[in-house]
Design a protein around this ligand. Structure first.
Ligand code: URA
Length: 209
């Protein structure tokens, strides 16, 4: 069973409250999502292995820790996931970035990939799939499936808010995938929005509505 990590850090929770506030406009919303994404990245990478290396300071030689060979791919789910990429890259600037665009055909209800591209060496990377709102879980379940079909093996999901329904769907389909997020809200409404949530994350990021 996958682990669900809710980041209770005061800075994350404070910024999340600002993002929920309907008066927060797109500029501040974008900045806050990037900041929270950076703070979540800090937790996502907590177990990355390090080795002891020698380092020369201006005064002497000592030892320090260095990350060992962990290569990362950040894969936002379009469109709101794009708002998380900058925060991840601030802490992991060498990460490669893939993109996943999926929608559900309203008639067949089958997922349709309209734009998907991930690094060719995805099998050798730790993959961080980003989507701020894990609502029904449909997109993220398909995104993980896509990455696995391309060879991805070490996959984690980063989100801002999840509904219990979305977490259940992800755990049912991908019990090997851990989730890192700022809050688990109450439920979905009849339109698939998370309650209390923060509204449509894509619209709030980009000022559309
Ligand atoms: N996507 C959003 O942007 N918000 C929700 O509440 C649910 C899905």
């Amino acid at each position: 069973m996958s682990a669900i990590h809710v980041i209770e850090h005061p800075l994350v929770q404070h910024k999340l409250t600002l993002m929920r506030d309907e008066r927060t406009g797109p500029k501040e919303f974008r900045e806050l999502l990037e900041e929270i994404s950076m703070l979540i990245t800090y937790e996502v990478t907590r177990d990355f292995p390090v080795e002891t290396v020698e380092v020369r300071t201006p005064l002497t030689t000592t030892t320090g820790k260095a990350l060992v060979g962990k290569k990362v791919a950040v894969v936002p789910i379009l469109r709101a996931g794009l708002g998380m990429v900058g925060g991840v890259l601030q802490l992991i600037p060498a990460a490669k970035v893939g993109h996943i665009g999926i929608y559900r055909d309203p008639e067949t209800l089958r997922p349709v990939e309209y734009y998907c591209k991930v690094p060719t060496d995805i099998a050798e990377r730790d993959v961080l799939i980003c989507d701020p709102m894990l609502a029904t879980g449909g997109s993220v379940v398909e995104a993980v499936r896509y990455v696995k079909n391309r060879g991805g093996r070490s996959i984690r999901v980063m989100a801002l808010i999840a509904a219990p329904e979305g977490l259940r769907a992800l755990q049912e389909h991908h019990p090997d995938v851990d989730v890192y997020l700022a809050a688990v809200d109450e439920r979905l409404d009849s339109h698939g929005y998370i309650l209390p949530g923060l509204g449509d994350a894509g619209d709030r990021l980009y000022g559309t509505r």
